[in-house]
Design a protein around this ligand. Sequence first.
Ligand code: SAH
Length: 219
Amino acid sequence: MSAHRLGIGMTSQRTRERLIRRLREKGVQDTRVLDRIRETPRHLFVDEALASRAYEDTALPIGCGQTISQPYVVARMTESLLEHGPLEHVLEVGTGSGYQTAVLAPLVRRVYTAERIKALLDQARQRFGTLGIRNIVTKHSDGGLGLPEYGPYDGIIVTAAPEGLPLGLVEQLRPGGRMVLPIGHDEEQVLVRVTRTADSYAREILERVVFVPLRSGVC
Ligand code: SAH
């Protein structure tokens, strides 16, 4: 593997710092999250042809019509999830490239991540192996149904947008647990944080976002 691919080059360090500055300017404050974004080699989560753009604050294609999330959105979602105290067991719906998973994993005890497209999941698994991240459990499944076998969860993060709030996922949160997810269709999506209470839930709208849609079934 070349030095460029490993991210050893000075350019890579500088571009990573530029990305961190930009995320700070956009309001990301949690230094644990910013440190994780700085240390996670995003160029390993995209095709080699796009590696030179990996530290731009934009979503990029990862094949199968899907995208790796924009670093700002990854940072914002991770920060919102962690805001009210530490989390142990977290479910992620939509592994995609595995980038969000890799940013989050060192900040919690264990991440259970579900992806419906096997080809993407296989690549993500290889990346977790290469990076030596061991606290991730991957599952090829329709994550819209959650992974009840490992729940209840302290946190859930959904990286594809359902049209409405999936109550089946809310039920897999323990009381006090929280879920961050985009809701809506096409250009009309908002990022929402749902906090489960003993017998109900509360929701806060965070900001407007654009995600690929949550789809049912596996392929
Ligand atoms: N966080 C990922 C984002 C990938 S895009 C990253 O940074 O790379 C969203 C992903 O959600 C896609 O890979 C898509 O296949 C997946 N997805 C959509 N609906 C799903 C479902 N019901 N269950 C599991 N994964 C789903």
